[in-house]
Design a binder for this molecule. Structure first.
Ligand code: SAH
Length: 230
């Protein structure tokens, strides 16, 4: 366990050493991390651990994502700055803040109201005003704001929710952890005029995507859950 009593030292180490050692080279991504103090997104009691490259509990059985995973996802999306992005699973809002520095507009959805309610004040405090948040089941997406240039799903799903594919523009990319045979694979989905391409990136461990087109129940698995919807 690494603890930093001074957040600035922790953040410097995260951006200067930990992320580059994990293969993160995209300068825009590193610069976004430099601008988001992660200790503001966890409980004060966990503040000293905020700059570890680890997922940490945020209550309600959920976690703030591991920084290197968020960086890997952002790098894989090859964001240029003009994009409109849909994020499913705001959680603490940390990844939302990173994305907000990388693109033009972020639309983020969270199903657990008390978590979602914390996101806006945190982002506001950091001066980030290009984010809209909606509480609800993100497996339906945000149809009135579609199409999106990119979709980031921050929770593990048995399938690619069809609404999210529909709301992605042609040529747009989605990153989603898909559960196959009991283990999760971070998957990049690219929308083509005639369907989708799926590229497996890495193994991963996310909390469950719970919703109509994800897992129907947080603790129980259904027999048909490996079917692909799209
Ligand atoms: N990236 C976030 C952590 C996400 S944890 C961070 O950096 O803090 C995954 C989140 O997805 C949890 O908060 C969980 O409540 C949420 N979630 C799960 N299923 C969802 C759904 N169908 N719609 C919206 N949010 C969902």
């Amino acid at each position: 366990m690494v603890q930093y009593s001074n957040p600035e030292i922790g953040l410097k180490k995260l951006v200067g050493e930990i992320l580059p050692a994990m293969g993160i080279e995209d300068e825009r991504v590193l610069s976004a991390f430099r601008r988001v103090p992660r200790h503001r997104f966890v409980d004060e009691a966990l503040g000293l651990r905020a700059y570890e490259d680890a997922a940490l509990p945020i209550g309600y059985g959920q976690t703030i994502s591991q920084p290197s995973t968020i960086a890997y996802v952002a790098q894989a999306l090859e964001l240029q700055g003009h994009e409109k992005v849909l994020e499913i699973g705001s959680g603490s809002g940390y990844q939302t803040a990173i994305l907000a520095h990388l693109v033009e507009r972020v639309f983020t959805m969270e199903r657990i109201r008390p978590l979602g309610n914390q996101v806006w004040p945190r982002l506001d405090r950091l001066g980030l005003s290009n984010v809209a948040i909606r509480i609800g089941d993100g497996t339906y997406g945000w149809p009135d704001q579609a199409p999106f240039d990119a979709v980031v799903v921050s929770a593990g799903s048995p399938r690619v929710p069809e609404h999210l594919i529909r709301q992605l523009r042609v040529g747009g990319k989605m990153i989603i952890p898909l559960e196959v045979d009991g283990s999760q694979r971070l998957t990049k989905v690219v929308k083509r005029p005639s369907g989708i391409d799926r590229i497996e990136l890495d193994s991963c461990r996310f909390v469950k995507l719970v919703g109509k087109y994800g897992w129907r129940n947080a603790s129980r698995r259904r027999k048909t859950d490996n079917a692909l919807d799209s």
